[in-house]
Design a protein around this ligand. Structure first.
Ligand code: CUK
Ligand code: CUA
Length: 631
């Protein structure tokens, strides 16, 4: 090799390293004081101090050890929720919600179809926002509420069994996006935004192009009944939302106050707004009958457009995205997206705003610059905020009170650190950070791009969920976690708040409908193995106990509609059975003490084997039987 070649080689290597560094970001260099954003002398000093500090947190969870937190991850266009252990980032379970799930039979079983209700025919969803019910601003471990942007629905998940127990289609609107819960005094309501504006009576009869008449509604839902309490018509569209800690106000961002129908129209105005909803006034208006109905349903729709007593519109810079309530209860933080700022709205000033003592902009106590593309903000227990910067691919850590002081005193530096993440973060979330119990331990950045962080798996890349230790003065990246499409949001709750059942309770409402049907058929599900013929309908009831079904053959006629109902008599934790009828596209989960049922047409003559497809016993392979189909 000539000297020239060697030099060229060295240059190539150097170039390659630089390229990789660009990809990897500058995380590793932060400690050396090299970051993309300009640093002040004060920041250098605090970084140096931080380097000397030990980190209390360890991300290592050894085999056999349990995680400290449950993370509930949105599955985005997968339509499901995933349970992730924090800090291990191990995926513990998936909860099918709006999707069809081959393993559990969600979307196929009669029990899940009953829960899906009028939208059971939809097999997809776009689930962005999982949020847990609260009591007095603290997680109570009861429910998770989630949205479906794709098919305009919301759903509730029971945290004692980690199954979806109710799905509700929202009328009068399109595309449910932002969703949060009432924090105080308890989650009586959860509420959600419709993102896309449509005509109020969307019957195709009025002018479809009268864009000015399109509206977007804020929907408030009774959390226990899973019924819509009321909707509020607004100006502009709605994006994300959050509640205060006083039980009085909900606030939503709006990014299309222009009522545009294409990109350039939607970003024309220099300012959009945050809409604040006054809960007591809305409830009073419903009581007083000051609402209208639309589209032939009886959901009360209040008029909360500009000038209404029910709402206030706070102008903020162009196209805000996330809105997050600080755990101090003092501020809503609206994230600028197209503006490098976040708008800090004083919740204490909202009473005066609603009593017309001050102007809407008077509630904005600071608008600090945090970086390019702020989307969402999370909080610790030390007064710091963590904002995702989509365009900068960074998390900006900043101090809320310092940012407010800096509003009048430019010498105050409120930025504590900017850390590169990989890459293009959407939401970020801190442990317990949307409650009074914010504990400042872990931050998760949900990155939209993973580029070269993982082994390549084809043109479709995984997302990258990054775990960041925030317990010290400096944020520290500790884990990259690839995730399938596409976590938007998550919430992390201490394990002490969650109590799950280990086996099913026989009286669980989850399968109560099936139990009632069996009773009508004179069946004791715990003992009976019987076939009931009802014309062309055949109902097969059987038990299962490892490694056998209570019945290993039954007879039907070609073309019969067959309903197989199985009760798992096993009482040992983890002994789940399955039922799969080969060549019929049918299968389901039956966990200990559960009853599950599925209905299909026996459309193939001859011998059709069914088998248990959840490995349950040494003789699991032998756990099968025959459906004899007479032609
Ligand atoms: S949204 Cu996706 S990154 Cu649907 Cu909460 Cu902001
Ligand atoms: Cu029962 Cu496998």
């Amino acid at each position: 090799m000539s000297i020239n070649d060697q030099e060229n080689n060295a240059k190539d290597l150097e170039l390659e390293n630089q390229e990789r560094r660009k990809f990897f970001g500058k995380t590793a260099l932060v400690g050396a004081g090299v970051v993309a954003a300009p640093m002040t002398a004060a920041m250098f000093a605090s970084t140096a101090q931080a380097n000397a500090k030990e980190y209390a947190n360890t991300p290592t969870v050894h085999p056999g050890e349990l995680d400290e937190y449950y993370g509930f991850w949105s599955g985005g266009q997968s339509g499901e929720v995933r349970i992730v252990g924090i800090p291990s980032m191990r995926e513990l379970m998936r909860i099918p919600v709006f999707n069809y799930d081959s393993a559990t039979g969600w979307g196929a079983t009669n029990e899940s179809k009953a829960i899906k209700g009028d939208s059971a025919h939809f097999l997809n969803g776009d689930l962005h926002h999982p949020h847990m019910s609260m009591t007095d601003g603290r997680y109570n471990g009861k429910y998770l509420f989630v949205n479906d942007k794709a098919n305009t629905r919301v759903a509730r998940i029971r945290c004692d069994i980690m199954k979806t127990d109710k799905i509700l289609s929202i009328p009068n609107v399109q595309a449910i996006h932002g969703l949060r819960v009432q924090k105080v005094p308890y989650t009586k309501y959860f509420f959600c935004n419709s993102e896309f504006e449509i005509p109020m009576n969307n019957d195709g009869k009025s002018s479809l192009n009268d864009v000015d008449s399109y509206r977007s509604l804020f929907t408030v839902i009774d959390a226990e009944k899973m019924e819509i309490a009321f909707q509020v018509m607004v100006d502009g569209n709605l994006d994300n939302t959050d509640a205060d800690y006083g039980g009085k106000y909900f606030a939503s961002t709006c990014y299309n106050s222009e009522h545009g129908t294409n990109l350039s129209e939607m970003i024309a105005a220099e300012r959009d707004h945050v809409v604040v909803f006054n809960l007591a006034r809305c409830e009073a208006a419903v009581k007083a009958g000051k609402f209208k109905n639309y589209n032939g349903n009886n959901v009360p729709v209040l008029d909360g457009r500009k000038g209404s007593a029910l709402t206030r519109y706070i102008p903020v810079p162009k196209s805000p995205h996330g809105i997050n309530t600080a755990p101090s209860g003092k501020y809503f933080v609206a994230n600028g997206k197209l503006s490098p700022t976040v708008s800090i709205i004083s919740i204490e000033k909202l009473d005066d705003l609603f009593n017309d003592k001050i102007k809407p902009r008077d509630t904005v106590v600071a608008e600090p610059e945090v970086g390019l593309g702020p989307l969402h903000t999370a909080f610790d227990n030390k007064g710091n905020a963590y904002t995702t910067l989509f365009l900068d691919s960074q998390i900006a850590k900043w101090n809320v009170e310092d940012a407010i002081k800096a509003h009048n005193d430019e010498s105050i530096n409120y930025i504590r650190q900017k850390m590169d993440v990989n890459f293009q973060p959407g939401h970020n979330h801190t442990t317990m950070g949307e409650t009074r119990d914010a504990d400042g331990k872990w931050l998760v950045a949900l990155c939209k791009f993973s580029k070269d962080r993982f082994l390549p798996v084809g043109p479709l890349h995984p997302e990258n969920d990054q775990l960041i230790d925030i317990s010290g003065d400096e944020m520290k990246l500790v884990h990259d976690g690839p995730a399938f499409a596409e976590p938007h949001d998550c919430m992390m709750v201490h394990r002490s708040k969650i109590k799950t059942k280990k086996i099913w309770d026989r009286n669980d409402p989850f399968f109560a409908g099936t139990v009632a049907r069996a009773k009508k058929d004179g069946i004791n599900l715990m003992t009976d193995n019987k076939v009931i013929r009802d014309g062309k309908k055949v109902r097969v009831y059987m038990t299962s106990i490892a490694p056998t079904y209570g019945m290993n053959q039954f007879d039907v006629n070609l073309g019969d509609e067959v309903t197989v109902t199985i009760t798992n008599l096993d009482t040992i934790e983890d002994v789940t059975h399955g039922f799969c009828m080969t060549n019929h596209g049918v299968q389901m989960e039956i966990s200990p003490q559960e009853t599950s049922s599925v209905t299909f047409v026996a459309d193939k003559p001859g011998v059709q084997w069914f088998y248990c497809n959840w490995f349950c016993h040494a003789l699991h392979m032998e756990m099968r039987g025959r459906m004899l189909v007479h032609a």
